[in-house]
Unconditional design. Sequence first.
Length: 143
Amino acid sequence: MSMTETGYQPRLNLRLSARTVLVDLATVRAARGVDAESVLAAVDAGELRGVFDVSASADGGIRELRFWMRGVIAPETVAGLGNEAIIQLVLGDRATYRRGELEVQWVMSHVTVMRLIRSGEFKLHGREVSTESLRKFLRSRIQ
């Protein structure tokens, strides 16, 4: 008899870095203990706040979702926040971000970051990505 058949399933004490701001679908599945379809249904029903499609193209193809970590681990604390407030909390007050920081904070590959730069979605300010372009991107990609 498995642990789930007995009704007992131990909690996994998983710590996520405070540097991580947006997490991927696999992390949300693990946190909620559900399958991908359940998470996607919750997104489409508007039950999850702070979900962004960060795919390299906005053509409506395959979504590459990132979930605001705070909305995943403490959804009751974000229930009353509007999209602009969420985006502000995701980005903070900085003027720019290094590409490597975005890779870590948004759980994104360097290839995706470069595609978004090449497509003009992320605008460079010197060698760093401007926060204003990230703000515009998140506004256009919030689910």
